[in-house]
Design a protein around this ligand. Structure first.
Ligand SMILES: N[C@@H](CCC(=O)N[C@@H](CS)C(=O)NCC(=O)O)C(=O)O
Length: 257
């Protein structure tokens, strides 16, 4: 058994994350919630087939081979007969269980708003390299990707990151070391950490040029990276490196000069 990936114990509930095994992708936003909470989970598709893993195991659930609502696309989470999809939905579901969002309804709605804004942004990052068709190769949409990435760096990235920066700036007026929703970390903060890391990988020049406009976001990234469970995760083989197949891809021709 691969102990580094099979982190489950005999404790209930048994959390099973299903996601493409070779990329951080959208699955990473979910992994970060488990990792920061120190909650055991199984990254099913990264296990060998003989241990019930691999992509076929994921496809079997997507084809309805399991009780529960059929997911359209990974990532999805399986807890016994419960299957839930949509990254923002999964993150909030787990964050509620792990005490990683405030308890009252209003703040939970705010958390969902921010997590869905993260999801919108992630889709825009994806579209920088796949502006025409998700199912087509990047090489077949390079001119469009070039235009889209330039727009992204010029207007969309500043718009989204500027939004989160403003929220963090307001929190900073209330005291040091605060997070987007207040004194305690939430799944949204973990997602913002990953977004900063991903943008630094994908657009080293474009992000560096913008970074001075987002000091609170950068500080949040560094603070999250230093959290003991996150630091241990980043140093482990459970953390997949960014690569040319995920959401955050580094194509030098799409970056700023
Ligand atoms: N809105 C969904 C998007 C899910 C999604 O696009 N998943 C990708 C991997 S990151 C996928 O495999 N999509 C298959 C497809 O769209 O056909 C979410 O945030 O979870």
């Amino acid at each position: 058994m691969n102990k580094t990936l099979m982190t489950d114990t005999t404790e209930e509930p048994r959390y099973e994350l299903y996601y493409w095994p070779q990329i951080p992708g959208r699955g990473e936003f979910v992994r970060l919630v488990f990792e920061d909470a120190g909650a055991p989970y199984t990254d099913v598709a990264r296990l060998p087939a003989e241990q019930g893993g691999g992509i076929p195991a994921m496809m079997a659930v997507m084809k309805g081979g399991s009780p529960g609502l059929v997911p359209l696309a990974p990532p999805f989470l399986k807890i016994g007969e419960l299957v839930i999809a949509q990254t923002a939905n999964i993150c909030l579901f787990l964050a509620r269980r792990f005490g990683m969002v405030p308890g009252d309804e209003t703040r939970q709605a705010e958390a969902m708003q921010l997590q869905m804004t993260v999801a919108d942004f992630v889709a825009e990052v994806h579209d920088t390299h796949h502006p025409v068709a998700t199912g087509a190769y990047y090489e077949d949409q390079k001119p469009e990707a070039h235009k889209r990435a330039a727009q992204f760096l010029d207007t969309r990235m500043p718009k989204f990151l500027g939004y989160f920066e403003r929220i963090l700036a307001v929190q900073a007026t209330r005291g040091p070391g605060r997070f987007v929703l207040g004194e305690a970390i939430s799944c949204v903060d973990l997602s913002l950490f990953h977004i900063v890391a991903g943008l630094r990988y994908a657009f080293p020049n474009g992000f560096a040029a913008f970074a001075s406009h987002a000091p609170h976001l950068i500080e949040l990234h560094d603070r999250v990276a230093d959290r003991p469970n996150i630091a241990a995760y980043l140093a482990s083989e459970r953390r997949l490196p960014f690569n040319q197949h995920g959401i955050f891809r580094h194509y030098p021709e799409l970056d700023a000069d």
